[in-house]
Design a protein around this ligand. Structure first.
Ligand SMILES: CC(=O)N[C@@H](CCC[C@H](N)C(=O)O)C(=O)O
Length: 373
């Protein structure tokens, strides 16, 4: 087993939620401090880390970003190195993202290029979003990169595949947290209550009309309620329901429209069911938009690599707060094939670890190409 596969397995066992990545940060710092330090500078920002490798004759700084948080999912892979944190899992591949980033740092710590490299270990990608506040920090601003790159694992492509496209790659997102409050009571006396299970059920059904009737069919959107809680026992009418979900749209305009419609539908529920509602749109991520010129250069390089199958990808309704970095800094995100029968955010996601070495070797070559004169 390669060194970075072993590291991936260590990290896989300690998934932590956004801004709680304390063990992860300690593990990463321990490894980074074991590398040659001559050209390396390290700073921490909350639970994240910034690592700069000073170039020999720099004219620019090239950035690489990895996310480091896990998800509130109970792992069901049965792997010997499964999560040891109950109800937490690296089900979005951030364990692979981190081990690949460490592989690239390791290479350039001993083989610096002409240009500087900045490695960003960013917390809270799954929520509430670490990229925007990290970028605004003095620690980040001091080492502001001139161009920036990141990858995301893609279970639907086999290991050895890289997929991307110029322009829009990932959607705009907005979280949704909704409370609906009425009046509880005996299950046999509904006329004396305001039943929030019924109100929430109507509301969830009405939400589906946003995509089918409000958003331009040529401008896709998704409205998903991933969690619904209401009630206490089978024979008591619930006085409160809570819904947690997310909106995804291909354009910022469709996002604005969808949010307005969610609020209008909620007002209707208040009237129809004589209840009170409260909405919190949580955090929202800006779309991932790949710089066309940077992507052109990247695709040309990737298609010339004998160990890489390059695939032109489509847009995806996933969100990524890396979009905030790309809004300010030219760069791109690409999908890395990891061939798994189970997809992202699935409790049985099992990425093919061969992709780790493929990615490290590919990025080392690409960054050497970019950072040398
Ligand atoms: C790549 C990926 O899966 N990202 C997440 C980002 C979630 C943002 C936020 N918590 C939301 O749900 O809106 C995704 O679910 O796409």
């Amino acid at each position: 087993m390669s060194q970075f596969t072993a590291i991936r397995r260590d990290l896989h066992q300690i998934p932590e939620l956004g801004f709680q990545e304390f063990k992860t940060q300690a593990y990463l710092l321990g490894y980074l401090q074991s590398l040659p330090q001559e050209r390396m500078e390290i700073k921490t920002w909350r639970t994240g880390i910034l690592v700069k490798i000073n170039g020999r004759n720099p004219s620019k700084t090239i950035g690489w970003r990895t996310d480091i948080d896990g998800l509130p999912i109970a792992e069901q892979t049965g792997l010997p190195f499964a999560s040891t944190h109950e109800g937490r899992m690296h089900a979005c591949g951030h364990d692979l993202h981190m081990s690949i980033a460490l592989g690239v740092v390791t290479h350039f710590a001993s083989n610096p290029a002409d240009d500087h490299f900045l490695f960003i270990f960013q917390p809270a990608e799954e929520g509430p979003g670490g990229a925007e506040p990290m970028m605004a920090s003095p620690e980040f601003r001091e080492w502001m990169p001139d161009e920036i790159y990141a990858l995301h694992i893609a279970p639907e492509h086999p290991a050895g595949t890289i997929a991307t496209k110029p322009g829009l790659l990932f959607a705009n997102t907005s979280e949704l947290f909704i409370d609906i409050r009425g009046k509880g009571g005996h299950a046999a006396y509904p006329h004396e209550t305001k039943d929030m299970v019924v109100a929430a059920s109507y509301f969830i059904t009405q939400l589906q009309s946003i995509v089918s009737r409000n958003v331009d069919p040529l401008d896709s959107a998704v409205v998903t309620v991933g969690k619904m809680t209401a009630g206490t026992v089978q024979n008591v009418i619930a006085d409160h329901a809570r819904l947690e979900g997310t909106i995804r749209t291909l354009s910022p305009e469709a996002m604005e429209k969808a949010k307005v419609r969610v609020q209008a539908l909620l007002k209707g529920i208040e009237t129809a069911f004589d209840c009170e509602t409260e909405i919190d749109c949580g955090s929202g991520y800006y779309q991932v938009f790949n710089d066309p010129e940077v992507t052109g250069r990247f695709v040309q390089f990737a298609t010339q690599q004998p160990d890489i199958q390059f695939v032109q990808s489509r847009e995806a309704m996933t969100g990524e707060d890396f979009g905030f970095m790309l809004k300010e800094i030219p760069g791109l995100m690409f999908w890395l094939g990891v061939g798994s029968d189970y997809g992202l955010h699935h409790a049985k996601l099992t990425p093919d670890e061969k992709a780790i070495e493929t990615a490290i070797s590919f990025i080392n070559r690409y960054f050497t190409h970019l950072g040398s004169r």
